[in-house]
Design a protein around this ligand. Structure first.
Ligand code: FCB
Length: 461
């Protein structure tokens, strides 16, 4: 079977009925996901040092509304209220990330006790409310001093990450069993260092591919350390992937999609599952290939306990002869339902993607570690946020998830992105993904109608 066939879907798939909680296993995890820089604020408190996102956001033109994460949702102080809302929705799991700059004090220094204490309190707050903690170690907020020394391109960052993983799992391992080493290595590497519209803003393919490699190695080296510190640890990674469609049936567009797939999907998954880097992509990139040290590929292929998949939308790829070396271009979406991000709404893509991963790699248990949508929400005169489109999005993606499970894909949990509206990276506060609306002037929280729908779904009302 060719990749093109694997990507194809029947055009007229019948709409799935509204899902019920009882359609899923009784021990299925129902969560929301967040990340430290996007919600915490308290940017200069309790010893937190500068991160690459502080530096990037302070650079004019990088973030659309000129904002930053210094205050964000003030979750650092308001987390009890946020977790009360999560409990009220009926979640039984919560995915958060740990801000390395709260812990890091310099090369191989002692971790910052105040940072450790904060996450300890946070985890206790989750457990008190019946939220199973899912900790992500790296969701993009690299300490700036590590970037100044070369960032992820420098192998010293691998060692620093393993130290960080060690400190966090020693501190939280008695209570946190689920550990995600990295969120979306694609974004860290390619968006941050090749496309350049995320921190640190580099635009070199060679740098980006070395970063990708070192990030994967750091995952491989941290995993046994986490396991050594955490009895019954479950360790995995969260990858962002898209089902792909060729822009047309032409052989040129099909071939472009294959080339794009080589970088977007195989470059990251093949090595994680012990297959090394895909040869066709190595042939395309030539000198931009990363330096690989003996033992790296074995480290990267460490067996994990689960795979986290972040799904937002399918990508349409066209031949682009002038876009060396991949000669492929992702087309903007111009028709059909689209979100405020300009992303197409395509629920069937979720089950398609999960099914492809299962067929290609059999990764074991899978979790949807992010899925969600931004729309231009408004608070009405009654103080309600009637976000019909987000409610539909959530419902339809859960129906698609059920399809995947019915087809035999072992998905064990779902984390909606996101609990709160938050700092959406280069978009600043212009894009709202939350089930909870944030008024950034007053920090008032309001459960949107999508959040109320999720609550009714979880309560089986
Ligand atoms: C993902 C990121 C997450 C958020 C969503 C919308 O790529 O992991 O932090 O920005 O997109």
């Amino acid at each position: 079977m060719t990749t093109a066939n694997r990507h194809q879907r029947p055009e007229s798939a019948a709409p799935s009925p509204a899902p019920q909680r009882s359609d899923f296993a009784s021990d299925f995890l129902w969560g929301c996901a967040t990340s430290s820089y996007q919600i915490e604020g308290a940017g200069r408190e309790d010893g937190r040092v500068e991160s690459i996102w502080d530096r990037f956001a302070a650079t004019p033109g990088r973030v659309k509304d000129g904002s930053n994460g210094l205050v964000a949702c003030d979750h650092y102080h308001r987390w009890p209220e946020d977790f009360d809302i999560a409990q009220d929705i009926g979640l039984n799991a919560y995915r958060f990330s740990i801000a390395w700059p709260r812990i890091y004090t310099g090369e191989h220094g002692q971790p910052n006790q105040k940072g450790l204490d904060f996450y300890s309190r946070l985890v206790d707050g989750m457990l008190e409310r019946g939220l199973q903690p899912w900790a992500t170690l790296y969701h993009w907020d690299l300490p700036q001093t590590l970037q100044d020394a070369g960032g992820w391109e420098n192998r010293a960052t691998i060692d620093a990450f393993v130290d960080f993983a060690d400190a966090m799992t020693r501190t939280l391992g008695d209570r946190v069993k689920h550990w995600i080493t990295h969120n979306e290595p694609w974004c860290t590497a390619i968006i941050g260092n090749y496309e350049g519209w995320h921190a640190p803003g580099n635009t070199s393919l060679k740098t980006a591919l070395q970063v990708a490699h070192n990030v994967l190695v750091s995952h491989g080296k941290a995993t046994p350390v986490i396991r050594a510190n955490v009895p019954d640890a479950q360790v995995g990674m969260a990858v962002s992937l898209h089902p792909l469609r060729a822009a047309s049936g032409s052989p040129e567009d099909q071939a472009a999609m294959e080339r794009h797939d080589g970088l977007r999907y195989r470059w990251f998954l093949d090595p994680l599952f012990g297959r090394g880097y895909p040869q066709a992509t190595l042939d395309l990139i030539g000198d931009a290939a990363p330096d690989v040290v003996a033992g790296d590929m074995e480290a990267i292929a460490v067996k994990t306990d689960f795979m986290g998949v972040n799904y937002y939308f399918p990508e349409v790829v066209a031949d682009a002869p002038d876009h060396a070396p991949f000669r492929a271009r992702v087309l903007p979406t111009t028709q059909g339902e689209i979100t405020a991000m300009g992303w197409p709404v395509a629920p069937e893509g979720l089950s398609e993607l999960l099914t492809r991963i299962e067929n290609d790699y059999h990764p074991g248990p899978m979790y949807v570690t992010e899925n969600g949508s931004a729309f231009d929400d408004t608070v009405d005169a009654n103080g309600e946020v009637d976000d019909v489109q987000r409610r539909q999005y959530l419902m339809r993606h859960l129906a698609s998830l059920k399809d995947a499970i019915d087809n035999g894909v072992p998905v064990k949990g779902y984390f909606a992105w996101s609990l709160l509206d938050n700092f959406e990276w280069a978009e600043g506060y212009l894009k709202r993904f939350g089930l909870v609306h944030i008024d950034y002037e007053t920090q008032q929280r309001r459960l949107k109608n999508s959040g109320k729908w999720y609550r009714a779904f979880l309560r089986q009302e």
